[in-house]
Design a protein around this ligand. Structure first.
Ligand SMILES: C[S@@+](CC[C@H](N)C(=O)[O-])C[C@H]1O[C@@H](n2cnc3c(N)ncnc32)[C@H](O)[C@@H]1O
Length: 241
């Protein structure tokens, strides 16, 4: 696994009916919930709120069916933050599920390409977040993602994705098989690890995107993940009307 695989996940190519898709997404959600914590991302948003004030906008890139947004919204309600939430995903089926799940007036879900959003006329958010999105992109697209998010975020961005590691690949292979998960989940969890990253990959992308590495923090996270945080210096709160 010295280099990233370019194998495509079955979920992106196979024709799956709605009930199969729902079962697959349920298993994927379960896996994601067991192997990670949102505490570092909450901390990042907390810092954004401290510098910008409690009214800010946050966009989830590759938001899927809206699981992350749902958890972030619950967290922000407890913190009394007034956040405007945006999500974007390429897959119309996921977007429909996200819209169904996130029927709040301060949420906007867009169906489209996250990379094209950066040059669109749509107002840009203070913060971009994304989880398990980058490994769906090519190396060149990841450089574009970093450039687009760094140039257009008012305050910063936080991405989290898998670490490319043989232990993680074999663990997921064994676990999804032992739990009798759908063959698409068994296949795609392994492919996701093979498509994911070492720390040196992120360093290479940041360099190619010409991002000042003093403004970036790359951290290993349990289990077999990296978070990459970028914080702009001198970002200011937008004037309130
Ligand atoms: C593994 S899922 C992660 C979903 C969600 N972020 C999570 O953590 O559960 C990756 C998502 O990225 C979306 N995606 C892939 N390429 C995209 C692109 N260019 N623009 C927007 N979404 C994209 C896919 O449709 C899919 O829903």
């Amino acid at each position: 696994m010295k280099i990233r695989s370019t194998e495509i996940e079955k979920m992106e190519t196979e024709k799956l009916d709605e009930s199969e898709m729902a079962a697959i997404l349920k298993q994927v959600t379960w896996l994601n919930s067991k192997f990670g914590s949102l505490t570092p991302l909450f901390g990042f948003l907390e810092s954004a709120a401290q510098s910008l004030g409690p009214e800010l906008s946050v966009m989830d890139l590759g938001c899927g069916q809206g699981d992350l947004l749902f958890q972030l919204i619950s967290w922000s309600q407890n913190r009394k933050l007034k956040i405007r939430w945006l999500g974007i995903d390429l897959n119309p089926k996921s977007v429909a599920l996200a819209k169904e799940k996130l029927k709040f007036e301060n949420v906007e879900i867009i169906c489209g390409d996250a990379l094209q959003f950066f040059s669109s006329p749509h107002e840009k958010p203070d913060v971009y977040v994304s989880t398990l999105f980058a490994h769906h992109l090519s190396d060149l697209q990841i450089v574009e993602l970093i450039q687009g998010a760094s140039d257009t975020a008012n305050w910063g961005w936080y991405f989290e994705d898998l670490q490319r590691h043989a232990l993680s690949r074999e663990f997921l292979r064994g676990l999804t098989w032992a739990l009798g998960f759908h063959s698409v989940v068994q296949n795609d969890s392994v492919v996701s690890v093979k498509r994911s990253f070492r720390k040196s990959d992120w360093q290479k992308y940041l360099l190619a995107a010409k991002v000042d590495t003093c403004m970036v923090k790359i951290q290993w996270r349990w289990a077999f993940k990296y978070s990459i945080e970028f914080q702009k210096s001198g970002a200011k709160a937008k004037p309130t009307e």
